[in-house]
Ligand binder design. Structure first.
Ligand code: F6R
Length: 244
């Protein structure tokens, strides 16, 4: 585990954007798994601006969606695929054919998850995964308890995630109760993982992630077991933790 601790969220965004640009430069065929949620949005905006300025070629970058709510109809404004499209795919100009997503209204969720894992494996696995940190230690929608071997699958949102997601959509009643998530196994196998964490509200769960026991009760704590993880945090989130 490595950590970059920056003064503020703007500097965190800059660090994350630089890491992504570096990864695409090194591997133009990069397989990227990007989180939605609030934390990485500044990084994505910065990334798009910088890539446009550099006229960087993203024609071969492939994107696998990290997670998606279930039971929403196509076009619903709460779809995480739409959020990813608006914040990352469109601004970067990644060709639609390069995106592997989840269908919120999939008739057979298990089959969709198996297809996703097979497609990710066929693509050589994730080259770079950008994660946010849930208030309960979830990564993607791998809700506690989630062990390291769990594959891509359907999950039920925990009350804590429903509360945190309510902020995106204007109330708990608007948060779907089920989701699919890229599995712990697929995420932990990523050749590079960037965990982006900002704000004092994440301080306690970040401390448990970095310095607590490795346990399914804090799925993010399994990141301690991977040498390929870089945490990019601001001082408010990092607090007094020693640098690894
Ligand atoms: C979003 C996702 C979630 C968020 C996490 C943090 O695709 O998978 O794990 O990354 O809930 O969300 P924010 O950044 O809004 O605090």
């Amino acid at each position: 585990m490595n950590a970059i601790v920056s003064d503020n969220p703007t500097m965190v965004s800059r660090e994350v954007a630089d890491l992504v640009i570096g990864a695409i430069r090194k591997d133009p065929d990069l397989v990227l798994i990007p989180a939605t949620g609030n934390t990485p949005m500044g990084a994505y905006a910065r990334l798009a601006k910088q890539m446009r300025r550099d006229a960087a070629d993203v024609a071969h970058v492939r994107v696998f969606q990290l997670d998606e709510y279930l039971d929403l109809p196509p076009g619903d404004s709460r779809l995480l695929s739409g959020w990813m499209q608006r914040s990352l795919i469109d601004p970067l100009g990644i060709p639609p054919a390069n995106v592997t997503g989840f269908r919120s209204d999939a008739p057979d969720v298990t089959a969709m998850c198996r297809e996703y894992d097979a497609a990710l494996e066929a693509a050589g696995g994730a080259g770079l995964t950008i994660l946010g940190l849930g208030p309960n230690g979830h990564i993607g929608f791998n809700e506690p308890p989630s062990g390291a071997d769990l594959p891509t699958r359907e999950i039920a949102l925990t009350p804590e995630s429903i509360r945190s997601n309510a902020g995106y959509w204007g109330g708990e009643a608007r948060v779907p109760l089920r989701a699919v998530t890229c599995g712990m196994a697929q995420l932990l196998a990523s050749r590079q993982i960037v965990l982006v964490v900002t704000g004092e509200g994440k301080r306690e769960i970040l401390a448990r992630t970095v310095a607590g026991p490795v346990t399914p009760d804090v799925p993010a704590s399994f990141l301690q077991t991977s040498p390929n993880v870089t945490i990019v945090a601001d001082r408010a989130a990092w607090g007094d933790l020693p640098l690894p």
